[in-house]
Design a protein around this ligand. Structure first.
Ligand SMILES: Cc1ncc(COP(=O)(O)OP(=O)(O)O)c(N)n1
Ligand SMILES: Cc1nc(C(=O)O)sc1CCOP(=O)(O)O
Ligand SMILES: [Mg+2]
Length: 207
């Protein structure tokens, strides 16, 4: 499967009060190819329930579900995982999830971390944050030039750009080599599902 396009990421505050499923479905209708379930809580039964519901939505829309941080939950559901630098080993996740799973890795603004992740079998490498992020203002920074360096270094590894990605700055990131744009606030901080779908279509049309 070609990893390219809009990569929507959920947010438990923006998608509280019954918004999770309608807003995610709107993003998928609008063309999001990947969906990451990112929930930092420790409420395991809610996480399982929500992730199962998202898996059903993703199956229906031909999108890929990726669980943030938690390779065991991904294994339980038979889906994919995104791991940060302190979220466990990529090799252990591969052993748990098998060859067909997509395993993504956070590389901040550091090409050496990306070298390591690729050597350990990551299916994509994620760089960020490129711009001010309302969701994660303290995330370490990456420069847009880094994407060009990563593009030159990794001809066949999909590159994800994350952190403050908006419809205004997305064209620059794609122009510098991003294959996937990972977006939370600029997609889901919306008043209605219809607005989420409109934004998702606008992101998807950039590819
Ligand atoms: C696509 C993508 N890229 C980066 C991250 C950040 O992962 P991490 O550094 O582990 O931080 P948390 O998201 O877990 O707070 C991501 N989740 N997705
Ligand atoms: C979860 C996350 N990780 C980042 C990183 O740089 O690794 S930035 C980020 C938040 C992305 O949300 P928004 O699109 O609202 O900025
Ligand atoms: Mg993490």
């Amino acid at each position: 499967m070609k990893l390219r396009g809009l990569y929507a990421i959920t947010d438990s505050k923006l998608l509280a009060d019954g918004r999770l499923l309608p807003y995610v479905e709107a993003a998928l209708r609008g063309g999001a190819r990947l969906l990451q379930y990112r929930d930092k809580s420790s409420d395991e039964s809610r996480r399982l329930r929500e992730a199962e519901a998202l898996r059903e939505l993703c199956e229906r829309h031909g999108a890929t579900l990726i669980i943030n941080d938690d390779a065991e939950l991904a294994a339980r559901l038979g889906v994919s995982v995104h791991l940060g630098q302190t979220d466990g080993s990529l090799a252990a996740a591969r052993a748990l999830l098998g060859r067909q799973a997509i395993i993504g890795a956070t590389c901040h603004g550091n090409l050496q971390l990306a070298d390591q992740a690729v050597a350990e079998g990551a299916d994509y490498v994620a760089f960020g944050r490129f711009f001010q992020s309302l969701t994660k203002p303290g995330a370490s920074e990456a420069s847009p030039e880094l994407l060009e360096q990563a593009r030159a270094r990794f001809a066949n590894v999909p590159l994800v750009a994350i952190g403050g990605v908006s419809l205004d700055n997305a064209p620059e990131l794609i122009g510098r080599g991003a294959d996937l744009l990972a977006v939370i606030n600029a997609l889901f901080a919306a008043d209605t599902p219809a607005e989420v779908e409109r934004r998702a279509r606008a992101f998807a049309a950039l590819f």
